[in-house]
Write a protein that binds this ligand. Sequence first.
Ligand SMILES: [Zn+2]
Length: 311
Amino acid sequence: MTYQNVLIVSNLIGSARATEVYKKAASRFDEDAKELFVTQTERKYVEDLAAKHAGFDLVVGVGGGVAVDVAKFIGARSKARVIAFPTIISTDCIFTSSTAVREGGTVKYIPSKKPDELIVEYDLLLEAPYRLNVCGWGDILSIHTALWDWKLSADETGEKYDEEVAAQARDILSKACRVDNKEGLATLIECLRCEVDLCDGFGNSRPEEGSEHLFVYSLENHLKQSYPHGELVALGIHEMSKLQKNDVNKICRVMDDLELPYKTKDTGIYASMTKEVITGLPAYVKKHKFFYSVVNKLDSKRVRKPRTNQG
Ligand SMILES: [Zn+2]
């Protein structure tokens, strides 16, 4: 089937290398296709883009998570076919049916659509710096901290917990491997697909999204430049697993083996900023009414202290 109106959404802009990758990927599509370059996901901005770019019957997201997520959003509004053509694997958005947008200092997931097709070109993916693909494991390794938070919530608030789902999530987590070859990348992509299916089947992303993501959503307010999602998640996993006292060495060993940067000094994010974000997390979580997690324990510690002092 040929498409009359094709829109290519991409975040590959700003360097000669990005443009080169974009041209390679976009050459697969109609040369009359309209091009749209996006670098941010503020809700208003994305909504305006979707209103301005209506009437396409094929929308292709070429590049990283931002491009794919925005393509899903515009495509869903136009009831168009959506193709995800990632040039790095840095998030699970190639499989999810919603788009993460930023609004009011936090992240909201707006229903959009699961891509109708996923193009995986291993040669192109392997041309990307290793760091930009390995961070795709962030949305899998987050299972480590997310399950801990979920269980805590089940014990303390009575939230529904499913051990069978947790076991399946742990199984996906155990498959983490290096991504410097086709097999490794294929494993990562398959794990992301399984993780999204598991969450969809369960009904929410509790098995995969915990306090490490809350940390990321808050941290992003402090950053002047955008970072690959998975890399921020890795930093969050490290910081939150320490707060949880949750097998920190074990998860760090996995990230070390993968060469996935997770320490402040490796990610280029100041330790002082990380500290500030963690200090502010209880208020942030309360303000945005996020789910129960280890962050609530920080809050209760802080609240309880004055009471003890007062006797
Ligand atoms: Zn994520």
